[in-house]
Design a protein around this ligand. Sequence first.
Ligand code: 2BA
Length: 110
Amino acid sequence: MKLILAIINNDDAGEVSVALTKSGFTATKLATTGGFLKAGNTTFLIGTEDEKVDVALSIIASYSQKRQGLVPDGFEYTSGDYIGSLPNPTEITVGGATVFVMNIERFEKF
Ligand code: 2BA
């Protein structure tokens, strides 16, 4: 058993959700926020059998687009007490999806 944790752009989350459900996966969607840009994204929790992980990953990959973005003028990021800035304008690539796959020791439904 694995738990797939996939952070997906909000613009792609709807299609990913529909495609996963159509293929028989059960997923939980969390409304999350990127630590760097502070923009909303969607995190999927998908529990599945080991042999189905690659199917789920290929669905996620096929609906998750890479996007170029410009960090706005005057953008500052914080990390603890540290405040940093980037040269303006800075182009970044966001996504497609950022995915973690974890082993699950035990799975129960009561
Ligand atoms: P954010 O943290 O808001 O990051 C958005 C985009 O900003 C990133 O795209 C990357 O292009 C850039 N970025 C992030 N941290 C940076 C830094 N310290 N310096 C310069 N540029 C930076 P992605 O890498 O595609 O990440 C999209 C979202 O996925 C992230 O939103 C975050 O919510 C999540 N994520 C990505 N990598 C992660 C990781 N290792 N652990 C946890 N969450 C992650």
